[in-house]
Design a protein around this ligand. Structure first.
Ligand code: G4P
Length: 299
């Protein structure tokens, strides 16, 4: 499958980021905890150099808890300040203030030495589309936030959300363009639903996902669809055939409707109904955990 995505928007997104980055002290970068590698664009490291950095493993409720810990360690070792969060429920967000203080302690100390008091940290939230940036800003800032804009030193039109006397958040998140440097990254983004499904081959995608689940999350898969070992669980095709029978996915003439069964699996995965699943681990080089699984159906 050829994964492509709105390249036209990327230049604009990059320009906006370059414009805003000069105004801020701290970059709060959201990644999807199910694919922390594939949902990052390392260009942010160049754009955000000399800034304090926080990485939030968002949607951690959908990702494997043990994998979340591995990714936390991985990013911490790389020098980031890291937290697992669920922007939708608000879980983990309370710890952010302490993390901000820790991440920005050099700047706070510098200001203190220069006699500058009460200058808040200015932060921007960044991430690729659909990673949860807006949800995060809404949950974190809450309803009680005050917007401050057009103050001296603030570019006209920029709106800052005053979180408290220590922190101000730019109300518009920075959009990072996803990177498509490998087929696997594109596929991971497609799997979590970060791409327009209309351009994707659902059966092929579901086949890849099932192949992965058979290898790494077998029990969750068999529990979800009440499958028997080993017969139903030999290949992605046997799994989809079972789901067709189990969920009565048939076309006219009792022909198995693999497209429908594939959509069911994809939807169940994306909403967490199969369980908490992580698609890549820090040790995987270029995130190659997922291998092609369904040639036998699509050929
Ligand atoms: P963006 O600004 O980065 O583009 O992302 P946005 O906040 O629009 O979030 C994209 C989707 O991800 C939303 O779902 C949102 O609810 C969901 N989401 C964000 N954070 C989390 C999280 O930590 N856990 C889970 N499980 N979901 C999260 P949606 O279906 O598009 O919208 P809605 O039905 O929730 O309104």
């Amino acid at each position: 499958m050829n994964y492509q995505w709105y390249p036209g928007h990327m230049t604009k997104a990059k320009r906006m980021m370059q414009e805003n980055i000069g105004l801020i002290d701290l970059v709060i970068e959201l990644v999807d905890a199910r694919i922390p590698f594939s949902s990052r664009n390392p260009d942010i490291d160049e754009l955000g150099k000399n800034k304090s950095r926080i990485i939030l493993l968002n949607k951690s409720d959908l990702a494997d808890a043990s994998a979340n810990r591995l990714w936390m360690d991985y990013f911490m070792q790389k020098g980031f300040h890291v937290l697992e969060v669920n922007a939708r429920s608000g879980q983990g967000l309370k710890s952010i203030h302490a993390l901000v203080r820790e991440a920005c302690k050099d700047k706070i100390e510098r200001d203190r030495k220069r006699g500058i008091k009460n200058r808040p940290i200015r932060a921007i939230v960044v991430g690729i589309p659909n990673v949860g940036k807006s949800t995060f800003i809404n949950s974190f800032a809450g309803k009680a936030c005050t917007k401050t804009g057009n103050k001296p030193g603030v570019t006209k039109g920029k709106q800052w959300i005053r979180m408290n006397k220590e922190l101000e958040l730019l109300d518009t998140p920075g959009i990072l363009w996803p990177k498509f440097e490998s087929k696997e990254v594109g596929r991971n983004l497609a799997l979590i639903g970060s791409m327009n499904d209309e351009i994707l081959e659902m059966t092929e995608l579901a086949g890849d996902l099932i192949a992965y689940l058979l290898m790494h999350y077998r029990e969750q898969l068999s529990d979800r669809y009440q499958m028997d070992e080993p017969d139903d669980m030999t290949t992605p095709l046997t799994v989809l055939t079972h789901i067709c029978e189990n969920r009565k996915c048939y076309k006219k003439g009792q022909e198995a409707d693999y497209e429908k069964a594939s959509s069911i699996v994809m939807e169940d995965f994306r909403s967490g109904r199969i369980g908490r699943i992580t698609l890549e681990l820090p040790g995987d080089t270029e995130s190659v955990r997922i291998t092609d699984g369904i040639e036998e159906i699509t050929e």
